[in-house]
Design a protein around this ligand. Structure first.
Ligand code: NAD
Length: 350
């Protein structure tokens, strides 16, 4: 366990079992150097308890990096509730999870992730104030989309020398909460769209609302376009898909897009500008973190829009260093965390 924690850079790993509800949960905290750790809670079944612990640990560091480069006064954490087989009292389970979070006295703030809903966050909120993404806060997806489009602007300006998305051809993979909102914003900017999803109804909707061309899911990688925008699952950038790509920029919301460091290098060697996922998709985290501190909406929008400047600076630094931007992003995030100060603009945690 300690070797695993060392490898994942995890500072704290908390395990909790509630006898009354049967709750089995893990909270992994990567860092609290910049402020309370923040990160979503997964609620999915696992074959082995060790897989659940590994999942929480694997994902916590990325949250630290995301918060650091988004200028948030937060560290990174992640939690997992092992989904029980069969019948359960979901509300009681979430309330018990809230009591677990409360024992950490604000060192970890939870949010939605795979398998959790805003109604779960509401149940958690009856036991602890250290929760965001509740129903009153609403869906962070539109803010994630807003940040992605801002990030695309930075990328096309750097790579193609134009600050506008008008006339750009964007291939979007996945038309869920974020992908559909990205499609809508791009349509408003005058971009041309080619879209795909495994859900045909979503594809039909984008075609009729935005005049998007459509392709089958496997064909999206080889669409000749300016930008590939992955907004579906993670792990989509591997040697085979990168080989097929026929774009200048990859900029999308999906988490953990690269299957390996080598895949990131392959993109760079191919001359494709890749906007690091955790930088470009930070709008949702910015939204839920700042909502939790009752920050006004205009300030949340401004901090989301700042993703454009963050990425512009990152691309410029990467060019100067002759390195891929994802490597520079990791190094910058580590520097920010080591200094113990969030990048500007910073906000006090209330
Ligand atoms: P979602 O579940 O609402 O949408 C995902 C969409 O991708 C679905 O419509 C699904 O049918 C589609 N899809 C799945 N596999 C596909 C495939 N092989 N080919 C084409 N389409 C496929 O999720 P979301 O909230 O829109 O998030 C999208 C991605 O962005 C996820 O990777 C998520 O982790 C990441 N992300 C989301 C947020 C947020 O605010 N929701 C924030 C940061 C990162």
């Amino acid at each position: 366990m300690f070797t695993q924690m060392e490898t994942a850079g995890i500072a704290e790993n908390h395990l909790y079992h509630d006898h009354a509800t049967g709750l089995r949960a893990i909270i992994a905290i990567h860092s609290t150097r910049l402020g309370p750790a923040i990160g979503g809670c997964r609620f999915i079944p696992y074959d082995h308890e060790s897989d659940a612990i590994a999942d929480a640990m694997r994902l916590a560091k990325g949250m630290s990096y995301k918060a650091a480069l988004a200028g948030l006064p937060h560290g990174g954490g992640k939690s997992v509730i092992i989904k029980p087989e069969g019948a359960m009292d979901r509300t009681a389970l979430m309330q018990a999870f809230g009591r677990f979070i409360d024992t950490l006295q604000g060192r970890y703030i939870t949010a939605m992730d795979s398998g959790t809903l805003t109604s779960d966050m509401d149940a958690i909120a009856t036991s602890t104030p250290w929760v965001t993404c509740t129903t009153t806060f609403g869906d962070p997806g539109p803010f994630t989309a807003r940040g992605v489009v801002r990030g695309m602007m930075a990328a096309v300006e750097h790579k193609l020398g134009t600050p506008t998305l008008a006339g750009m051809h964007v291939a979007i993979q996945g038309l869920g909460n974020v992908g559909m909102a990205v499609a809508q914003l791009l349509h408003q900017h005058g971009a041309r769209l080619t879209v795909t999803d495994i859900n045909p109804a979503l594809v039909a909707s984008a075609a009729s609302r935005f005049g998007a061309a459509t392709v089958m899911p496997d064909a999206i990688y080889s669409v000749a376009a300016d930008i590939f925008c992955p907004c579906g699952l993670g792990g989509v950038l591997n040697p085979t898909t990168i080989d097929a790509l026929n774009v200048s920029v990859v900029a999308g919301s999906a988490n953990n897009q690269l299957t390996s460091t080598a895949a990131g290098e392959q993109l760079h060697d191919k001359g494709i500008l890749y906007a690091p996922d955790y930088v470009i998709n930070a709008g949702g985290l910015i939204y839920v973190a700042l909502k939790h501190t009752h920050t006004p909406q205009e300030a949340i929008s401004a901090q989301t829009d700042a993703i454009q400047e963050t990425l512009s600076a990152l691309f410029a630094d990467a060019e100067t260093a002759g390195q891929a931007p994802f490597l520079i992003a990791d190094a910058k995030a580590e520097q920010v965390i080591a200094k113990g100060l969030a990048t500007e603009p910073t906000r006090a945690f209330a």
